[in-house]
Design a protein around this ligand. Sequence first.
Ligand SMILES: NC(=O)c1ccc[n+]([C@@H]2O[C@H](COP(=O)([O-])OP(=O)(O)OC[C@H]3O[C@@H](n4cnc5c(N)ncnc54)[C@H](OP(=O)(O)O)[C@@H]3O)[C@@H](O)[C@H]2O)c1
Length: 318
Amino acid sequence: MKYRTLGRTGITVSEIGYGTWGMGGNMWLDGDDDENIRSLHKAFDLGVNFVDTALVYGNGHSEELIGKVLRGRQESVSIATKVPPINRRWPARKGTPFHEAFSYDHIVSCTETSLKNLGVEQIDLQQFHVWNDDWANETEWQDAVSQLKSEGKIRFAGISMNSHESGNGIEAARTELIDAFQVFYNIFDQSAEDKLFGFCREHNVGIIARVPFDEGSLTGQLRMDTVFPEGDFRKSYFTPERRREVLSRVEELKKFLDSEAGSLPELALRYVLHDAVVSTVIPGMRRVHHVEANCSVSDGRTLSKELLGKLKRFHFYT
Ligand SMILES: NC(=O)c1ccc[n+]([C@@H]2O[C@H](COP(=O)([O-])OP(=O)(O)OC[C@H]3O[C@@H](n4cnc5c(N)ncnc54)[C@H](OP(=O)(O)O)[C@@H]3O)[C@@H](O)[C@H]2O)c1
């Protein structure tokens, strides 16, 4: 496993981090806690030292699983979690008043609940689970972050940007209270490269790249007839139109598999890690063999300029 630095936090993070939305069990319905626990152990065995979770993932279940696994281990693992919006609306819509999403008390009380769920005294990175940059100058979130930092309940604060809105958070970061961004970034949505990467390079803000596999289509496992259980988030995400769109692109991508990347998941992860401004990528993983495959990608090799150039034209989310 290779390591990078999470921007100005100075935290050393594994290139392959760990996404645990699926482990919540309430929106991804084909998982199993025993396998989740084995997968987390395997990841820590293989050098993963950064985990992303959220209070809302299974109403604390994902946080509790991580806490349970880490209590039995010696390694130092950094944990990022998230404060959900009060109105439980993802993403935050343009024009949503700040107080419908966050308040000082809500930020503090959610942090305290997450500390209990995780069984730790300090959260390494507390993130806002939705954002709208119209709120950048609201003093309540700033005061809550400053207070939680000064009490040692959180070390750093971040914004988990709304999907496909990779500039929406930059104004908040100008306050210098935001130490890292989590952003939707993969072969199909490369827009973080437009504005965000330059800003983060200049201001030394860490980048956590999420959804590297486009929720699964970039693993090559999705088919036109794949059935997701009722209530599983992917049932609504992968509409027939989206399936047609992504599957035709995936067929094209397969033609690039060779010595640079032998599989689609490998190509997807190597793409996300090609720019050093990305601190860590957090694939969602609930199977030991996925953990093993993904961890093996962090070997110091990068994609050639030629292949990166060809992958440019696969960007299509707007
Ligand atoms: N708004 C937000 O803040 C937000 C939104 C979305 C995601 N996130 C974070 O980002 C993380 C990653 O995103 P995601 O989990 O939604 O999607 P993702 O990482 O794009 O895809 C996860 C899917 O890929 C599969 N997979 C993983 N490695 C594989 C491999 N080597 N071969 C084949 N399949 C593989 C997983 O299977 P298994 O699960 O069966 O192993 C799962 O079905 C989340 O877990 C969460 O921590 C945050």
